[in-house]
Design a protein around this ligand. Structure first.
Ligand code: 5GP
Ligand code: ZN
Length: 104
């Protein structure tokens, strides 16, 4: 989607510190980390937020969690938090679905 920063990152139009990529997702370091470890699992498909996931994208939503799991395993994390901010009221600032992976 035009003007979307995460579309630009997944399309490699702007750089990011990418640590993992598969057919449907790109995982990169958050530019302003809130924890020692802070990655974003970002769908290559532009979906505004969790509130905008269509039933037909249920598989993609599940794969997002599995991609977070694979990233955490690759990083050797023994414990981590996964977080979706949904909507401005919850602090969502980038309107392209992403899952935060956080660890101390
Ligand atoms: P939200 O609050 O929307 O759930 O989280 C968006 C996250 O994206 C924030 O933690 C913010 O630091 C991160 N972010 C915003 N713009 C960029 C960017 O251009 N590059 C990277 N790597 N992270 C970004
Ligand atoms: Zn986008």
């Amino acid at each position: 989607m035009d003007g979307c920063v995460f579309c630009k990152i997944t399309n490699k139009e702007i750089p990011a510190d990418i640590v993992f990529e598969n057919d449907n997702f790109v995982v990169f370091k958050d530019i302003n980390p809130k924890s020692r470890i802070h990655f974003l699992i970002v769908s290559k498909k532009h979906i505004h937020s969790v509130a905008h996931i269509e039933d037909e994208d249920a598989g993609l939503a599940g794969q997002m969690i599995l991609t977070a799991r694979d990233t955490a395993k690759k990083l050797g994390l023994s414990g981590y938090k996964l977080l979706f901010n949904v909507g401005r009221g919850a602090g969502q600032v980038v309107d392209h679905i992403h899952l935060h992976l956080l660890a101390d």
